[in-house]
Design a protein around this ligand. Sequence first.
Ligand SMILES: [Zn+2]
Length: 154
Amino acid sequence: MTFRSADIPGHEGFAAPVRPTGEPAPSAETFIGYQAACSCQWTDRRRFPATPEGAEEAEHQWWSRHAAPLIAAAPPSELVVKSNLLCERIVKLAAERPLAALTLLSQVESWQRTLLEQAVAKARETGSSWAQIGEAMGISKQSAHERFRAHASS
Ligand SMILES: [Zn+2]
């Protein structure tokens, strides 16, 4: 059985049969237990028994140690699609009616800045580091800290 989330394409979790050495087992005869693994090549070192319960524990490890942290930083895929669509529509509007596009872009800019500051403050409140915030925004931790320190505690 494999597990996946639409928010992190390219990651399918599964319980991988392993040999005593920790390498993947090529056949059921040689396998002594399970470890959490993902289609992106991530594996967890922790070993679980070669039982259905062991497989379930390995799958839970994939979720809690690999998928959940990735999902925490991945926007829902339907919002990414809507955001890309909005961008495309504004590009088209700017070509046809640039003044209308300016009015709309000014509205977006006013709520976007407020929401960005609120999201940074919430991320800091819930324990995210400046490095994590910078990574989520595609900027350095120094840039994130300099830009938002006034809006977040510490
Ligand atoms: Zn993965």
